[in-house]
Write a protein that binds this ligand. Structure first.
Ligand code: 5GP
Length: 193
């Protein structure tokens, strides 16, 4: 990725909200918390399954995975997302979920980019619980508590943010901006076009 392309995308930002340095510090802390929580379970022979929610979590997931030092398996699922809009439709569909037998045999750690209304994760958690996961916990890079509609909270949180539409470090608008190495607030004129 050339610097020119990154520059062109960053011109659409109002400001940078979370720098690369802060993201590194967040990943260090979150991985430490995950290691401390799951080490006793895994040492007692319990299997850990990390489930990344596509596509937004991939950059964060790749960064924390390399800092997690307990044995684990990785799966992905897709949930319906914003598409080209910047507001949630409230209708959540889950696709490509891991095999039900694997879920039933595992402690599941869901990794998400951002917890907003909570509708997406509420649905994901219901499905994982219905399928008999031994435990279900949530790790989210960003949390917008002021927007919550569903009764759900995260166990591991990178950072709480205000009610603004953010992109970068995996988060998109219309599938662009995911490759920005930091998180920025998108200019409203971009998504209200
Ligand atoms: P929720 O169901 O919690 O309202 O929405 C979760 C999903 O909405 C996230 O996984 C993400 O795809 C999208 N989303 C929510 N807020 C933002 C935001 O500020 N920026 C981006 N890029 N996506 C967001």
């Amino acid at each position: 990725m050339s610097q020119d392309i990154i520059f062109a995308q960053s011109a659409d930002l109002e400001s940078i909200l979370i720098s690369e340095e802060e993201l590194t510090a967040i990943c260090d802390r979150i991985a430490r918390e995950i290691n401390e929580h799951y080490r006793p379970l895994v040492e007692a022979g319990e299997p850990l399954l990390v489930v990344g929610v596509l596509k937004g979590s991939v950059v964060f997931l790749a960064d924390i995975l390399r800092r997690i030092n307990v044995p684990l398996q990785i799966e992905f699922l897709r949930a319906s997302s914003y598409g080209r809009s910047s507001t949630s439709s409230g209708v959540v569909a889950i696709k490509h979920a891991p095999a039900p037998e694997l879920i039933a045999a595992s402690h599941v750690l869901v990794v998400e980019d951002i917890l907003d209304t909570g509708n997406t994760l509420y649905k994901v958690f219901s499905v994982l619980r219905e399928q008999g996961a031994k435990s279900v916990k949530l790790c989210t890079l960003l949390d917008k508590p002021s927007r919550r509609q569903a009764d759900i909270s995260a166990d591991f949180v990178g950072r709480e943010i205000p009610d603004a539409f953010v992109v970068g470090y995996g988060l998109d608008y219309a599938d662009y901006y995911r490759n920005l190495p930091y998180i920025g607030i998108l200019k409203p004129e971009i998504y209200s076009k």
